[in-house]
Design a protein. Structure first.
Length: 417
């Protein structure tokens, strides 16, 4: 374990659990020293009660707040002298000039930091653009989120009002990331209005959450496992619907996130949603390509067998070797698309049921919907239970007897898990 890893591990063990004083980007030592020097000079000129303590100078917002307090005290002294109740010393005039110059430098540094953060967003989205599948994209997303200047990130999906973590990245502590992910997956949370994340689903906007350890309405198991104090989260939108979340914090930097962090994360998740829409299309195209390759292989086999055995012999051999999907005419296809469903079925179960009726196997359904074969089997099990059917054929028969009704649509985000 190198020095940095040792520092990270020791920090995790020694975390006192106290609040973090830093809000936003931490000041460099030269910047902090410059502000503290002015503060000490002001404390020599004015009342201590009117000025903050030097230990409060930790980040850009606090530095500018301290400089504002110095400016207010100095201007008050000048106003008092103007009424004939005192004199304005050269030191106070020099102090005012220094406060203005330092405040301008701090503001420029703050703006420069934001510009750098936005450049990091562009670089991160460029990396996401190289992903060739939804799985590859989701695997890449946590690390690229941290590259924006955050220490930890969680990528989650939202399905049927459940918040389910999918990936966790902790800089230089893979074991901790696995622990947080295990806790989150074992205890998925219902977005029923009690959680602060529900606001993201309702408003489609990113959030800032401080005082995490003491705040109600957070994902308590993850909060306890991560020991976070402050985080930002933003929704991943697909076709205007919330398909997932990205959560980030700055645990090792020991700082609370601010509005700049929220803006950076919002830009990133917007790009992530667009990239995910693109890879979902690539996934579907890949599934179609697989189907076409399979069809070409079968045609080749039929042609080869026809030359050796004659047409009837080749058909018999191919059918015996591998059952094929029954041919579905255009009229039947239209009926399957428009047939109504039991209201207890989810939209994903409706898709699976239609493909079952069209004769698709579990493996083919999995490819077409870009999900695992195990997930298909789980959906089939739920369909049989809800329809009171003993097998697939009985479930399809029950459905087809219901007549015609409105067409269902897939729920955004269900195919990138």
């Amino acid at each position: 374990m190198d020095g940095e890893q040792t520092r990270v591990a020791m920090m995790r063990r020694r975390d006192s659990g106290g609040a973090w004083p830093v809000q936003g980007h931490r000041l460099s030592k030269p910047q902090a020293d410059e502000v503290v020097e002015l503060l000490l000079a002001a404390r020599r000129e004015f009342s201590f009660d009117a000025l903050p303590h030097p230990e409060h100078v930790v980040d850009y917002p606090s530095a500018r707040a301290v400089l504002g307090s110095i400016w207010t005290s100095a201007v008050a002294a000048v106003s008092t002298a103007a009424t004939g109740e005192g004199s304005v010393s050269a030191d106070i005039v020099a102090l005012l000039q220094s406060v203005r110059e330092v405040d301008e430098r701090i503001l420029v540094a703050q703006v420069r930091y934001r510009d750098q953060a936005f450049r990091r967003v562009r670089d991160a989205l460029s990396l996401l653009g190289e992903a060739k599948s939804s799985k590859a994209l989701v695997d890449l997303a946590p690390a690229t989120a941290c590259s924006l200047g955050f220490d930890r990130s969680i990528i989650s999906r939202v399905e049927d009002s459940l918040w389910i973590p999918e990936r966790v990245h902790v800089e230089q502590d893979h074991q901790w990331a696995e622990e947080i992910l295990e806790v989150g997956r074992a205890q998925p949370q219902v977005l029923n209005g009690t959680l602060v994340e529900t606001e993201m689903v309702r408003r489609r906007m990113p959030i800032l959450v401080d005082q995490v350890q003491d705040r109600p309405g957070v994902h308590r198991p993850i909060a306890d496992a991560s020991m976070s104090r402050s985080y930002s989260a933003a929704p991943i939108l697909l076709e205007g619907e919330v398909a997932g979340f990205v959560h980030v914090d700055c645990y090792y930097q020991q700082r609370n996130l601010d509005e700049s962090d929220r803006q950076v994360l919002a830009m990133y998740t917007e790009g992530l949603g667009q990239a995910l829409s693109r890879t979902m299309v690539l996934d579907r195209l890949d599934g179609l390509r697989t189907d076409m390759d399979d069809l070409a292989r079968r045609v080749t086999e039929v042609g080869r067998d026809c030359g050796a055995q004659g047409l009837w012999g080749s058909d018999t051999a191919v059918l015996a070797a591998e059952p094929r999907r029954p041919r579905v005419t255009a009229g039947v296809e239209q009926f399957l698309q428009n047939a109504p469903v039991d209201p207890t079925l989810t939209r994903r179960e409706v898709e699976v049921l239609r493909l079952m009726a069209a004769g698709d196997t579990n493996a083919r359904i999995a490819r077409r919907l870009v999900i695992s074969e195990g997930t298909v089997k789980s959906h089939v099990k739920h369909i049989l239970r809800k329809l009171g059917a003993a097998n697939r054929a009985e479930a399809v028969s029950h459905w087809l007897r219901m007549g015609q009704g409105p067409r269902e649509h897939a729920r955004p985000g269900e195919s990138w898990r």
